[in-house]
Write a protein that binds this ligand. Structure first.
Ligand code: ADP
Ligand code: MG
Ligand code: ZN
Length: 478
């Protein structure tokens, strides 16, 4: 059995979060009643004139800048001709010879090792509509709401060598486009989708083997499993002395297999030509510099900065950075309390409460609890107004109500008892109730101190200030 190396290149389609479609003013909103967001242009009526959406060009250029591409200040829309019922014009408007962005790269990390993946090009194109095959009705429908919505296609070099690297690349890219705010990131709705090209070659060989293209990969997990399956399948084909056929294969997530869909079409089949209805896309030098200056801090840099702020290990900082909104939440709270303690409060109780409620980490702007409340909770623990245990116990209530912690704690009478006269009575009562332990302690079993502390905590329902309890006990047990 020969040793093979896997070679993977990805084509990622990112739906741009513009209000309207790429070439008309129809709404690009997902989930409307079928065929309600349609006009002559996106329905492909002959003679209707497309008008480019400048916001889409702007968003596409931001993606290119974020992945280190050269931006072509002049790019050209081209017709890609093919027939499909959900493509009424009979062609898709895409970019071919002169795409908007070229020659970029993305650094990815796997197992703490960094690797650079080349990005060949990023072009703009409009999406097709959707065919709906009605079950049991023996009918198919076409919904054109999605027809004409703006996409960028990000084409990588065949630089990845494993399914794990492919997923790392996708997650990095996903983080970038959602941080840029140019994509809503909803993979179930198809806002971020990927085709994976997979081939094998003898280890050490420089030539590329014959590839297959895998479609229908709508989650990171499916990407990983489909590529792993396909590598195994091609390996079997080659081991049997046969040849891999260049084709498009569909991934079936239920059976976890890939199956042939169609043999691969070639670019010349599409008969690309510049769209005569559209002028080239021009971007002014100053405009491009303005866009470049708009780039926000991207996830990698933000993780590094959070590590510096909190001294937390990188994987924990990554949790805070997984959505831009969550990272903003952390940062807002960390300005008003100790950053490390804020981070711990988020990684512990906050994540726990989110999981319990199925609350999305990307939608923390909608949580009742605000960053100021989280920061106040950290501060009142720091100041000794409540114990860490009480903070943990009341977290769910605070998360859900959005109450400010100090007022909440005072109203519920949960403030720590830090007044020695008030605590003395509780300490005395515990000592009177446990004469045998008191005697044992005095006889040298000083470890019993934690037993007494536990009893006092129970009696005060966790409100006793532990340092003060220890101090009082030591004094009284002498
Ligand atoms: P097409 O547009 O016809 O799918 P491209 O030449 O644009 O073809 O390539 C698409 C993707 O396939 C790119 O991401 C590229 O890196 C990848 N690719 C090309 N050849 C191979 C190969 N032999 N093995 C794996 N990936 C490949
Ligand atoms: Mg392709
Ligand atoms: Zn329209």
């Amino acid at each position: 059995m020969a040793a093979y190396e896997a070679v993977i290149g990805l084509e990622v389609h990112v739906q741009l979060a513009t209000a309207s479609k790429l070439f008309c003013s129809c709404s690009a909103t997902f989930g409307q009643a079928p065929n309600t967001n349609v006009c002559e242009v996106c329905a492909g009526m002959p003679g209707a004139l497309p008008q480019p959406n400048r916001q889409a060009v702007h968003y596409a250029a931001l993606v290119g800048l974020a992945v280190n591409c050269a931006i072509n200040r002049r790019s050209v829309f081209a017709r890609k001709n093919y027939f499909y019922p959900d493509l009424p014009a009979g062609y898709q408007i895409s970019q071919f010879d002169l795409p908007l962005c070229e020659h970029g790269y993305l650094d990815i990390e796997t197992d703490g090792k960094s690797k650079r993946v080349g990005i060949t090009r990023i072009h703009m194109e409009n999406d097709a509509g959707k065919n709906i095959h009605a079950q049991g009705e023996n009918a198919s429908y076409v919904d054109l709401n999605r027809a004409g919505t703006p996409l960028v296609e990000i084409v990588s070099e065949p630089d990845m060598r494993s399914a794990v690297e492919a997923v790392a690349y996708l997650k990095t890219l996903y983080g970038i486009v959602t941080y840029l705010g140019v994509c809503d990131g909803n993979m179930e709705e198809g806002s971020f989708r990927c085709d994976a090209n997979v081939s094998l070659r003898p280890a050490g060989s420089a030539a590329l083997g014959t590839r297959t293209e895998l479609k229908n990969l709508n989650s990171f997990r499916n990407v990983q499993r489909a590529i792993e399956y396909e590598i195994g399948r091609q390996q079997d084909v080659l081991d049997d002395g046969e040849k891999v056929v260049q084709e498009t294969r569909l991934y079936d997530a239920v059976k976890n297999i890939t199956a042939s869909m169609r043999s691969k079409e070639e670019a010349h089949d599409y008969r690309y030509f510049p769209d005569p209805d559209l002028l080239p896309v021009e971007i002014g030098a100053e405009e491009l510099e303005r866009w470049r200056a708009e780039l926000p801090e991207l996830p990698r840099e933000r993780v590094r900065r959070f590590v510096r702020m909190t001294a937390l290990p990188e994987p924990e900082a990554e949790v805070l950075v997984q959505s831009r909104a969550l990272a903003d939440f952390f940062e807002a709270a960390a300005q008003q309390a100790d950053a490390r303690k804020v981070a711990n409060m988020m990684l512990g109780p906050l994540l726990r409460e989110c999981n319990a409620r199925n609350a999305s980490l990307a939608e923390c702007a909608r949580w009742p609890m605000r960053p100021a409340a989280l920061a106040e909770l950290v501060r009142i623990v720091d100041q000794g107004l409540i114990s860490a245990k009480i903070a943990n116990d009341i977290f769910g209530e605070l998360f859900e109500s959005g109450a400010m912690p100090e007022a909440y704690v005072r109203e519920k009478g949960l403030a720590q008892i830090s007044d020695s006269s008030a605590l003395e009575a509780a300490v005395d009562a515990v000592l009177v109730d446990n004469p045998a332990e008191v005697a044992a302690y005095k006889g040298g079993k000083t470890k019993l101190i934690s037993f007494f502390v536990g009893q006092i905590m129970r009696a005060t329902r966790g409100k006793a200030n532990p340092a003060l309890v220890n101090e009082l006990l030591k004094k009284k047990l002498q």
